[in-house]
Design a protein around this ligand. Sequence first.
Ligand code: SF4
Ligand code: ZN
Ligand code: ZN
Length: 315
Amino acid sequence: MKCRKCGGKAVINMRQHKLALCKEHFLIWLPEQTQRFIEKYHMFGYQDRILVAVSGGKDSLALWDILHHLGYQADGLYIGLGINQENGYSLKSQEFAEKFAIKNNLKLIVVDVAEIAGATIPDAAALTLRGKGKPCSICGLTKRHIMNRVAYQGQYDVLVTGHNLDDEAAALFGNTLNWAVGYLARQSPVLEEITGGLARKAKPFFRFYERETAAYALLQGIDYIYQECPHATGAKSIYYKEQLNQLEADRPGAKLSFYLSFLRAKESGLFAHQDPATQANLNSCQTCGQPTSAPEQCAFCRTWDRVRGRQTITA
Ligand code: SF4
Ligand SMILES: [Zn+2]
Ligand SMILES: [Zn+2]
């Protein structure tokens, strides 16, 4: 297979674009496309302060790398979850994030969940779930809370995450199977700030396949953590990704068209009555002040109060 641009040996063939590229041209193409999507979807500009949620994995580090090289002011945020029991996942991923920041002379903010909330994610899950189920729901709500808090308090203009098309299409597939209208209304490459404390969010990689961001990280020589969080095994999102990959194998471009058709349907007014900006009837959490749809405490404060209550009982 030959590179479409120079005729050299192609290292990647993107069937959905009928485009094969060599290493050199792929490493130019991906950042150019990122810039195109940032502009097309009005994500942010050069004057904005950007906070990149960094997990130490390929997507978030590739995104930080590209934003940095494109000239954006992008700081990183790493959240230490304390998931170290089986393979030291959190410690290793933090090391990758820190090494990347040092190598590129970038600012990385590190927030340790156990330090600010009183327990690691696995300990909190053990106390609240009593051995049943995965820690993903408390983990997800804690990450969302911390990301929003750091973005808001640090006066960042936008919080960006490395979600790629495979992530977005899998989430869309799951939400569609359940007709989860509220989630469908909120699923978007850009979520505007909601007055009262919800930071603006953007996903500049949402049109790239996972294999493309992985190829970028590898070819660019970015060191990232290969292993997944041990709790990701058996997650529904992985099952949905496998189903969509089968569809994609038969119909190249199916994932992209599934997601882009959804965006077009949204633009034409589907879910308009569910628009998060107009639906947001938010109160301030009585404990932390962050916006919440709950009447008193937000889900983060309620959950972590319960965790600390159980810690006291078992102490
Ligand atoms: S898979 Fe791991 S990192 Fe992801 S939400 Fe679950 S516990 Fe958290
Ligand atoms: Zn080439
Ligand atoms: Zn709160």
